[in-house]
Write a protein that binds this ligand. Sequence first.
Ligand code: APR
Ligand code: PHB
Length: 393
Amino acid sequence: MHTTVGIIGGGPAGLLLARLLHKAGVDSVVLESRDRAYVEQRQRAGVLEQATVDALRDCGAGERLDREGLVHHGIELRFDRRAHRVDFPSLAQGRGVTIYAQTEVVKDLIALQLAEGGPLLFGAQVREVTGADTERPAVRFAHNGREQTLTCDYVVGCDGFHGVAREAFPEHLRRTYERTYPYSWLGVLADVPPSCEELIYAHSPRGFALHSLRSPQVSRLYLQVPAGDDPANWPDERIWDELDARFAVDGDWRLERGPITAKSVLPMRSFVTEPMRFGRLFLAGDAAHIVPPTGAKGLNLAATDVIVLARAFAHLQAAGSTELLDAYSDICLRRVWRAEHFSSFMTTTLHTAPDQNPFDTRLQLSQLDRIASSPHAAAELAENYVGLPIEGP
Ligand code: APR
Ligand code: PHB
């Protein structure tokens, strides 16, 4: 098999890249190790920046998104029993975000690619990338019990944090930066209408809590738990009681309870590998960077990486120039570090670390009070949350 762009990974990054390349007339092959059902049911984030929405529409995946996506124009911060709404349009040049689960994004992209795109192989376990620094890189993979090779003009590692593409970068050329947080998130899905139309981010002495949603009938909630905690330690009643305590606010708001249909613990980590390119091998999405989910940046960073990369391949196809491919890593890393900083800021401002120094808690409350009282401080949060413009042509 040969293709112009070999894509490792059929998550949001790999699938969106394949669709954007298809639209630009650039052929690709997507190799995904898991089966379709597994990839489509993986519970992840649900907040889309406008650039992500625009890219999904551009590649033909906007129909259900436009029908079922929920446009949000703000979030609520809760701290010290106070509630403060951060309004996006007035603070961030009229922009907002769209709530639409990553599972649904992935389903839409898979259906589209299978219907009218290039090869998308499930159960294709990539072993390694070879010849990244040559004119003919190749991807060795196992599929249907056979070891196979895909030769490519270029390879893009969209294979997530645990993928193999990053291993093809020579050690001496790789710089990695990481931080792990002393807590995790317990994420739950509940068959109960959301108790608030917008998202609520709550700081409390007991720990962080987040009220999000998936539809007018399904709530998505998270609470800070000890790092590596086990969902089995969290019976439904304990979850609701703890969420009630953390969302506590003066006034008559009430958290509606209902059957919890999914529970999982997700780690909190920050990670970046530089550069995002080696020869004819590129990295995009979680393969290159990880953010704690507090800033809702993971999916959107993956999307903007592949938007920049697809433009670069389209430019190569149209003008025969690699100038945008050559600029890819620098353009994306500037945006990655901005998102890393914002995600770190949201995480460290809203979470109460184990044995946190009371001095640090007062600093957190002062920062939250500053956002609630200063349009400048609130604008900085709003602009980062809705997403900054993508650099480059
Ligand atoms: N061969 C083939 N496929 C692989 C391999 C491999 N060796 N290793 C990993 N994969 C696949 C995984 O099964 C997964 O489907 O690559 C895909 C990577 O997808 P994600 O981990 O979702 O990463 P990405 O597409 O960059 O999307 C980032 O997903 O994990 C969330 O929070 C993250 O919202 C962010 C988004
Ligand atoms: C979600 O709805 O899954 C979600 C929303 C906002 C976040 C993280 C997760 O910051």
